[in-house]
Design a protein around this ligand. Structure first.
Ligand code: NAD
Length: 353
């Protein structure tokens, strides 16, 4: 399966089981033989897939080196980027060479940012290996790192040259990370596709249809990103569930509650808020809660509502004294509603019960 993304840079996304062994051949249609390729990965993914990817790249005639950073979000920082720059400098990487991001969203965001900034920008290829990175972070060109003051505060828009998704890599993904990605998959159904939502709700075993599920999610993200590459409008819809979700992650000090789980709770809360205000069809929040439970995601947080609302204060969707809420009319139909910040607490009353 293949999609083309028409952003400032046009690129292909290929979804194919076992495609990891074909990454060299795929890159050979983009870069000439002898080009240097730096594979950036992490310490969990390297023992699983680095050898296969390196071999495929070498067999295709590329001059391959690799660097692996310690797996996990705490590595997503500028000091790790400096390490990647150091590796690139030692390998004499030039602007005609390229980076391969092999791993989850942390790897993709960092390898992408290193590529965006080294020599003021060199090409990069995404090979995402978590569900979250396959359906979300590898597409759309947002790259960056965290600061001690907050997540994703430094970064660049830098589109990849190619995205290769091998759904077979999900077989080694720990269940906790799979469930985390399902939070985003369910989100796509909520905001843009009743058909995807129903498929997820009615299927007993996702494994045989995983390629199709990934395709549908990526197609939704592709479409949104094509309309709003630099995140000034429609792209906000992708943040459904994130207003309260980010607040919950913050209250949990980014430990214990995963991003997908937090977004899931945030989606239920926002649907309840919408139902109460008359914006969202009655029963939507319960329908979302049912599907989240099916995919082993929580639907409720014990934090007092006032704490959750307070923790939205630094939300990126805040504009002066207002906040943009992403709401559903019904499953598959979403819209943005600007409300005064002062109205958020009364609107949200009762939505975490
Ligand atoms: P991650 O990259 O840390 O991967 C999660 C864990 O799974 C890591 O321990 C990793 O080593 C391991 N792993 C990866 N692939 C594996 C595999 N196939 N088998 C076994 N283990 C594997 O985290 P993530 O959940 O993929 O991504 C989260 C990051 O993505 C966050 O930093 C978030 O900010 C970012 N993000 C970016 C965007 C974007 O548009 N750029 C969108 C959403 C999220």
């Amino acid at each position: 399966m293949e999609l083309t993304v028409n952003t400032s840079k046009r690129y292909t996304i290929r979804i194919e089981r076992g495609a990891l062994d074909r990454i060299g051949a795929e890159c050979a249609s983009l870069f000439p033989p002898g080009t240097k390729a730096v594979i950036v990965t992490d310490t969990h993914v390297a023992p699983l897939y680095l050898e296969r990817v390196s071999t495929s790249m070498r067999n295709a005639g590329f001059d391959v080196t690799s660097c692996a950073f310690p797996a996990g979000e705490p590595s997503k920082r500028l000091s790790t980027i400096e390490g990647i720059y150091g590796h690139m400098a030692q390998a004499h990487i030039t602007r005609s060479d390229f980076v391969v991001a092999l791993g989850g969203g942390v790897t993709g965001d960092m390898a992408g940012f290193a590529a965006a900034s080294y020599l003021r920008g060199i090409p990069f290829v995404q090979v995402p290996t978590t569900l979250l990175s396959q359906v979300d972070s590898s597409v759309g060109g947002k790259t960056g790192v965290d600061l001690p003051q907050g997540k994703n505060l430094v970064g660049a828009f830098w589109q990849p040259s190619f995205v290769l998704i091998d759904p077979d890599t999900l077989k080694t993904l720990p269940p906790h990370f799979f469930a985390d990605g399902m939070g985003e998959v369910i989100k796509y159904g909520c905001i843009k596709s009743r058909a995807l939502f129903d498929l997820l709700a009615h299927t007993e075993d996702l494994e045989p249809i995983m390629d199709d599920v990934i395709y549908r999610c990526v197609d939704i993200k592709r479409n949104v990103v094509e309309h709003d590459e630099f995140d000034t409008g429609e792209r906000a819809l992708l943040n459904f569930g994130h207003t309260f979700g980010h607040a919950l992650e913050k209250l949990n000090h980014y430990e214990g509650l995963s991003h997908g789980a937090a977004v899931g709770i945030g989606m239920v809360m926002m649907a309840r808020l919408g139902e109460k205000a008359g914006w969202t069809a009655a029963g939507t929040a319960d329908t979302i809660a049912t599907i989240l439970k099916k995919y082993h995601l929580p639907v409720h947080s014990d934090f007092p509502l006032s704490h959750i609302v307070d923790a939205t204060a630094s939300d990126k969707k805040s504009i002066g004294s207002s906040i943009n809420l992403v709401l559903l009319e019904e499953i598959g139909q979403s819209f943005v509603q600007k409300v005064p910040r002062s109205e958020l607490a009364p609107l949200a009353e009762g939505c975490n019960e």
